[in-house]
Design a protein. Structure first.
Length: 355
């Protein structure tokens, strides 16, 4: 895809992406590490191209046209659409300066492509016998050369040819051999950066969940204290029967289990809070933390169920006591009536005896 007539103009390194042809929204990485992206100029055809090679495959082969636009979508990322390739290319740079240099060179090459098209159109008009129009003078494509700015020459000087040949050889060496250490470092850097962003997002989510669970724990502690007060009130009302004693023992045991679970959960939350300082260095730690969070959610559910069961038990105990109280009151009233009737009967017997 590279011919001897093409000369390199500008080179940089970036992570290459292509738009997902299915969704037209998501980016698909073209390689696992940063690649060399270069501007090339074909003096024979007067054409500019952006080329990037990964191994033996051309990742980018985009011919620059005047209607193309390079857009900066963030401080380190830019993109442009290529209608001929029917795709959108995206480049992620290591710094904002590298992105600015690439964007400036894109604008220069785009302007050069426009001038080259105008020059080609003028030549067509001159060679067309049906048109008798004098062509206007067009400046040659603004190619990097060692010639002065006032010279309009299509041929480079000997020093410029030497520089271009040297640059071409250097580029070929970079494309064929590459720097293994630099490639590994950049791949590791972007991988760690991506993992760090994911871990930070997970950490924020975990912190939000911890705050929510702390509020729930406070609510559970208040409910537990309320249950203790209810148990104390039941104990102060009188000596219960054997069934009430059993219920109280079960309720006290349930409350003790709830307190132990709440204490264990509070310790796990403190452990999570102590672990949030610093960077998580592996994906396994994040999975372990997520697993702990899921266990905490399961324990929360268990606590809610046990509290609900304790409330039901208390409600049933209170209902039994109320029922017993009502029955005792009813029996007392009946006994009062019987005593009153017995008193009247005694008075009647006394009158009969006297008579």
């Amino acid at each position: 895809f590279l011919s001897c007539r093409e000369q390199p103009i500008f080179s940089t390194r970036a992570h290459v992406f292509q738009i997902d042809p299915a969704t037209k929204r998501n980016w698909i990485p073209a390689s696992k590490h940063a690649l060399t992206v270069s501007y090339f100029y074909d003096a024979t055809r007067n054409v500019y191209r952006i080329i990037s090679v990964g191994g033996t495959k051309a990742i980018i082969n985009s011919t620059i046209t005047p209607n193309m636009t390079f857009t900066k979508t963030s401080q380190k990322f830019g993109q442009w659409a290529d209608s001929r390739a029917n795709t959108v290319y995206g480049l992620g740079f290591a710094s904002e300066q590298h992105l600015s240099q690439f964007a400036e060179k894109f604008q220069e090459v785009k302007e050069a492509a426009r001038l080259a098209r105008e020059k080609s159109q003028d030549k067509t008009e001159l060679t067309n016998p049906a048109l008798n129009i004098t062509s206007h003078q067009v400046l040659p494509s603004p190619i990097i050369s060692s010639n002065g700015p006032g010279e309009d020459k299509l041929f480079r000087s000997q020093s410029a040819d030497v520089e271009i040949t040297t640059e071409k050889e250097r580029l070929k060496k970079m494309l064929s051999e590459g720097s293994v250490s630099e490639v590994q470092w950049e791949a590791e850097f972007f991988s760690l950066q991506d993992n760090n962003n994911k871990l930070v997002a997970a950490l924020h989510e975990a912190n939000a969940n911890v705050d929510q669970w702390k509020k729930q724990l406070m609510a559970y502690q208040e409910e537990t204290e309320t249950l203790r007060q209810r148990v104390a009130e039941l104990e102060s009302q009188g000596t219960p029967d054997s069934s009430s004693e059993n219920n109280k023992e079960e309720l006290s045991q349930t409350l003790e289990e709830l307190e132990l679970l709440i204490k264990a959960k509070d310790e796990e939350i403190q452990m999570l809070k102590s672990q949030k300082c610093g960077r998580w260095e592996a994906e396994g730690e994040r999975e372990e933390t997520l697993q702990k969070l899921q266990e905490l959610e399961a324990r929360n559910t268990e606590l809610e169920q046990r509290l609900h069961l304790a409330e039901q038990t208390l409600a049933e105990t209170l209902a039994e006591r109320e029922k017993m109280h009502n029955e005792v009151t009813k029996v007392a009233e009946i006994m009062d009536v019987k005593i009153f009737e017995l008193s009247e009967l005694r008075q009647g017997l006394a009158k009969l005896v006297e008579s």
